[in-house]
Each structure stands twice: as C-alpha cells, then as structure tokens.
Design a protein around this ligand. Structure first.
Ligand SMILES: Cc1ncc(COP(=O)(O)O)c(C=O)c1O
Length: 422
C-alpha cells in the first residue's frame, strides 16, 4: 500500500496541478467493483463519500489493538484509547484552525451539531417575537431545528432570498438583520446547488449587529480550506462521513466563551464534575457536551480521514475538483434538454440538473443500470426545489477520486436516458 504522502506527483501541492488520481483510487477498495456489469462510477459524494483503506484500517487496528472506554480508566488500554481519541480533537482543531482544542465537540454529525446549538445555546435565550435568520439554500437539518424552536418560543424564522443562479441576496440579508435577530444559521456550501456562500462577509455583517453566526459546513469541509478563526464564525458544524471518514461522527466547533456560557445539552456520564442527589456540577468544555460513551472508533476513523486529506492537501483537492466541475458543467450543459440548476459564480463539486420530460428518479435508475451512482430527489432541501419550481433534481457530486473519464461516462449515460425516453 502506498503511503499517503506518495499520492501527489512530487512537488505538486499547489493549486492547479493535477493529483495522481489513479494512485489515489487504489486506496478506495469500493471503487474497484462493477455495478450492473459496468465499472462503478460513484458520483454521490455530497450524500456521503467513500472511505480510503487508511480509514478502514485505522478503525480495524484500533479495535484490534487499543480499544477500551475512554477518560475513566487507569489501565493501559483505556489510557491508549483516551490519548488516541483526544489526539483527534487536536487534528480537528488544526484542520479548521480553531484557537483551542476544547472548542471542538464531538457529535453524531452536522444535524446533531445544529440541534445542539439550537437547543443548548439558543433555546434559553430566545423570546417571543425574536427572529432566527437562515438562507433559502439550507438543508432541512439547518431549517427544522430552528423551526421547532420558533414554534416553542413564538419566535420567527426569516429567510434570506436567493436569485435565479442560487446565490444569496446580500442586500436583502442586510435588511433582514435587525435588532430582533438572535442568530444567523447559514450553509457554507449548498448541497442542492453547490453554491459557495460568502460566509465571511455574512458573518461580518451579522457581527456589526452583535448577532452570532452558525455555519453549516457539511458540504464545505470536504472541498474547501476552512479557517474558523479567519471566518470568525461563532459555531461551525460538519459530518465525518462526508470527509471520507465514518458515519456516526461529526464536529461542532464553538467559540470557547459561547460554549462556556451554555448549559449542557444532555446529561449523563463524562459530562459531570460531581454528582449527588441534591446537585450536579458540570465538567469543563468540551466534555460538558459529550455525555455518555462517545463513538470512540468513529473519532479514530475521523482522525485517519483528516490525515489522509491533509496529506494530499485540501487546496490541491479543491483545485482538482474545481477543474472537474467546470469540465462536467461544460459537457452536461451541451446535452439538449438538460437544464442545470445552480449557476452561482462560486460553486463546489455539485451539479444539479433536470432533463426535459424525464423524472429525476428515472434518470437515477437508468444511470444505475450503467454503473453510475447519482442522487435523485429533493436532497433534503425542499425549499430550494420550491424556489426553482421543480419537485426534484438529478445531482452528480464529485470527489477528488473522480475523473474526467467518469464525467464522460455520465454524459453518455444521460444520452442513453434520452434514448430510452424518446
Ligand atoms: C448542507 C448540509 N447540511 C447538513 C447535512 C446533514 O448532515 P448529516 O446527515 O451528516 O447530519 C447535510 C447532509 O447532506 C448537508 O448537505
């Protein structure tokens, strides 16, 4: 097996220089298979990405050699497990450039991170008549928790409109930021359209009014260099499984001062300093928010995934994927009857489209028969579908292990769909 550091052609960790994708693909065992008698073309990376051998082996090694429960054992395995688990907190800190590792809370995923902020941070502060501001591009997991809270507290959910390209309207955003706004929750990259939101600018505008900002980073973390210090966001959430890591693990980043001000979200073991029947005192952050036995192996796998992408270089990944998206957009937009949704100037790795006279589910099914995995549906972003007046789209989403040949296969696949329907 190749060391991760060998995955780049020597001296290529620069923008615009191609990755050695053939060698990278050797690390992903699942990509070697055939589906319906054709080589698998996996283009459903926005839903979840595939796992390199390094991640699979790190989890297996952990269970085979080091596994035990963490934080409360004096024995060797527990200490090893604790060290390995806590080391990943440092890896996440460095990945997103957080100021301190105690600002990293391990959660189940983006959804749980968003809910933790909704119910752990905002619920005690929110009053009747207050407003929460989200964008018209959000995934349901960055809509529903806020809606639940608004219902409970008689508060209002406000939505920043988007234009026909799928970009947020910054003028409208500024006007929606008022003395009533208690939080802005906005996606970094749209999962349905691929739009990269100008989150830095949006955070600055919110902070001028002392409004904190949560950034949903589920679709940004695999594709962009994320720097929470430079962004100055108050909260940032993401999922390990979209970053080539395991399911069941994700991250909530929060500024230490905010996390310290918050009450725990769940009670249980590990989040306490002391317990009597009369009174419990809570542990320090981050442990205050990690009640019970966490997904220890998930954290280990996430650590291996971070090592993997960082060895390649996220800037190199970003540049490669940008090129691939441009190539795919150009090719697919030329197919008669195809309509691309999401034509923002800044986009990452997502190509959403419809084909005249064909339901996206039929596109997905016929492509599957050719070994091509895409997603068809509303992508857990029904308001985006409503905005573009479509029930669903077909969505191809790319990772750094995808190739232009695979894009060509997708183009041929779409042509076959057209033949079936004409
Ligand atoms: C933008 C965005 N936010 C949140 C989520 C939810 O992520 P998870 O299901 O891993 O919690 C997703 C998943 O697709 C997403 O794309």
């Amino acid at each position: 097996m190749k060391a991760v550091s060998e995955l780049l052609t020597p001296g290529t960790r620069r923008r615009g220089v191609p990755l050695d994708v053939a060698r990278i693909r050797e690390d992903f065992p699942i990509l070697k298979q055939q589906v319906c008698g054709r080589p698998l073309v996996y283009l459903d990376n926005a839903a979840t990405s595939q796992k390199p051998r390094q991640v699979i082996e790190a989890i297996s090694r952990f269970y085979s050699e080091d596994y035990s429960n963490i934080h409360r054992g004096v024995h060797t395995l527990s200490q090893r497990s604790t060290l390995a688990y806590e080391a990943v907190r440092g890896k996440v800190q460095r990945l997103i450039n957080a100021a301190e590792d105690r600002e990293i809370i391990f959660v189940r995923g983006t959804t749980e991170g968003n809910n933790l902020v909704a119910f752990g941070y905002l619920r005690p502060l929110l009053q009747a008549g207050d407003e929460i501001l989200i964008s018209g591009l959000e995934h349901h997991s960055n809509i529903v928790p806020w809606q639940m809270l608004c219902e409970e507290k008689n508060a209002h959910l406000r939505v920043i409109p988007i234009n026909d390209n799928g970009e947020v309207l910054l003028d409208a955003y500024e006007k929606l930021l008022t003395a009533k706004t208690r939080l802005v929750a906005v996606t970094h990259v749209s999962n349905a359209l691929g739009t990269i939101n100008p989150v830095g600018q949006m955070i600055e505008l919110a902070h001028r009014r002392q409004v904190p900002v949560l950034v949903d980073g589920a679709q940004a973390i695999p594709h962009l260099v994320v720097d929470v210090k430079a962004l100055d966001c108050d909260f940032y959430t993401f999922s390990g499984h979209k970053l080539y890591g395991p399911t069941g693990i994700g991250v909530l980043y929060g500024k230490a001062s905010l996390l310290e001000s918050m009450s725990p979200f769940q009670g249980g073991g590990d989040m306490i300093a002391s317990v009597t029947f009369e009174k419990t005192t809570y542990n320090k952050i981050p442990h205050k928010f990690e009640a019970g036995t966490p997904d220890i192996a998930g954290v280990i796998g996430l650590g291996a995934a971070i090592d993997y992408v960082q060895a390649i270089g996220i800037d190199a990944i970003s540049a490669y994927e940008e090129d691939l998206l441009e190539y795919a957009t150009e090719k697919i937009s030329k197919i008669p009857g195809v309509h691309i949704l999401g034509t923002a100037r800044e986009k990452a790795s997502v190509l959403s489209f419809t084909l005249e006279g064909v339901h996206p589910h039929d596109i997905g099914t016929i492509l599957d028969q050719q070994g091509i995995a895409i997603r068809a549906g509303h992508h857990c972003a029904q308001p985006v579908m409503d905005r573009f007046q479509v029930p669903a789209t077909a969505r191809a989403s790319f990772a750094f292990y995808n190739t232009k040949e695979e894009v060509d296969a997708l183009v041929n696949g779409i042509r076959t769909v057209m033949e079936v329907f004409n």
